[in-house]
Design a protein around this ligand. Structure first.
Ligand code: LLP
Length: 431
């Protein structure tokens, strides 16, 4: 199995030591299931290996765009890590969960004046300013309030992480950040240093998501630390924080490599300490922003099979009671997933089919070229693995389909973290 929280017990799929078929019987179908223990373990890997490698000032920020609801922020709070938030909605959810907002870093390449005021009202600790206009907008609002706002500047280091286009963000022509290569990064540094109501804490970059190539962060760190040295030499400014963004990859299928994140962080910290020595600068407090690698393998989605269609000489379809509304990632990125018949794990998988959803759209595909047991039939349960990241977070109500609940498993006991939507929820704002 692709993750250690999955087991085959007599042909039945167990997740977080729980029978998945029992879960669907107890909570209905379709269903997102999350393993709380795995979320915490993933957070601790980052927290502990960053502290060990970089020292006590280092901290992971959970990139909550990957999966955002109140319980997740409570867990992040309990694990003592920070968060990355990108909208008023994420800020609101985190605040309602009692998250200490001074440990929140506010991203987005286009914060409106209302967003800035909202985040300041809520006491968000850091703004990650994307460009000069945003620095001006933050300075203006902080001045109006007579306060000093901590910021990081988001820079583009000019690195291609060899991941897929939609999630590649560190290149110079990206919509995110200000480029070092063009001189714009230095210009906004000077601007921020000249703002009386801004405290420039340091710099941020994010090269991309689902990154497996181990030298990507080292290349990014080299560019960023060199920039920090240049700013020290040219402007006498010593950055105290360096945030290298998110992105370690996760295993969606057996074809994806296994990465040892603790080991990666160990080598990254050794590399950065040595480089800081060579450059003659102090190691800044390091931040990483993992999203996917915290929650992806802590989740799976369970569906019930509906019709099974065989088109002789052409193709086979297995329809499920969800689809692109709960998992749009195949439709958007052709993302690969592992699909299993949850109660037929010991049967040979000889039936090749497309697993499709129930939206009125041909592109509503969960996965193509899936091999399932030939006996697959109506009411069987399918499990799509590794759906903890960017599934619930990207779910929609297309076709007025209700969003799924999230059932969390803690120490073998399930509890509902997000209720199933009802048709009444859908018309709540209709006048
Ligand atoms: N930090 C920043 C500034 C980011 O933009 C992102 C992801 C992360 C951290 C977290 O990256 P992660 O550790 O999750 O790879 N919807 C796409 C993913 C978009 C990622 C956007 N930014 C997907 O489903 O693959």
């Amino acid at each position: 199995m692709i993750a250690t929280n999955l087991e085959n017990r007599n042909g039945k799929l167990f997740f977080a030591r729980t029978d998945t078929a029992e879960l669907i019987r107890a909570f209905g179908s379709p269903l997102y299931v999350m393993d709380e223990g795995r979320i915490r373990a993933n957070m601790r890997i980052y927290r502990d290996s960053m502290a060990a490698g970089f020292g006590g000032g280092a901290m992971p920020l959970y990139a909550s765009k990957a999966l955002s609801f109140k319980r997740i922020y409570e867990i992040a709070r309990e694990e003592g890590i920070g968060i990355d938030v990108v909208s008023q909605g994420e800020i609101h959810t985190a605040e309602r969960a009692g998250f200490p907002m001074e440990k929140a870093y506010f991203h987005s390449n286009n914060k409106t004046d209302e967003d800035i005021a909202y985040a300041m009202d809520k006491g968000v600790g850091y703004f990650v300013a994307d460009c000069g206009e945003e620095v001006d907008a933050v300075e203006k609002e902080a001045a109006r309030r007579g306060m000093r706002q901590k910021i990081l500047l988001r820079l583009t280091p000019g690195i291609d992480p060899h991941t897929y286009e939609a999630v590649s963000t560190g290149k110079v022509d990206s919509k995110f950040g200000s480029a070092i290569e063009t001189g714009q990064a230095e210009a906004i540094t000077e601007k921020a240093l000249g703002c009386p109501h801004i405290e420039l804490a340091g710099f941020h970059c994010h090269v991309g998501s689902q990154v497996f190539v181990s030298d990507v962060y080292m290349r990014a760190a080299r560019v960023m630390l060199t920039f920090i040295k240049n700013m020290k030499d040219r402007h006498g400014y010593a950055a105290s924080e360096l945030d290298l963004g998110g992105g370690y990859g996760v295993r969606y299928t057996e074809a994806d490599p296994v990465i040892d994140i603790a080991k990666q962080i160990g080598s990254l910290s050794a590399f950065m300490k040595e480089l800081c020595g060579e450059l003659g600068i102090a190691l800044p407090s390091v931040r990483l922003e993992p999203g996917r690698s915290i929650v992806a393998d802590a989740g799976l989605t369970l569906y019930r099979v509906g019709s099974v269609k065989r088109i002789p000489g052409y193709k086979n379809y297995v329809s499920v009671d969800g689809g692109m509304t709960d998992n749009p990632r195949y439709a958007l990125y052709r993302s690969r997933y592992t699909v299993l018949a949850a109660e037929k794990l010991d049967e040979k998988e000889t039936f090749v089919c497309s697993v499709v959803g129930r939206c009125c759209e041909s592109g509503d595909i969960i996965q193509e070229n899936v091999s399932l047991p030939a006996s697959i039939a109506r009411n069987d349960i399918l499990a799509v693995l590794t759906t903890g990241a960017y599934n619930y977070a990207m779910a929609s109500n297309y076709n007025r389909i209700c969003r799924l609940p999230v059932v969390m498993i803690k120490d073998g006991s399930p509890y509902v973290a997000v209720r199933r939507e009802t048709p009444d929820d859908l018309i709540r704002n209709d006048l």
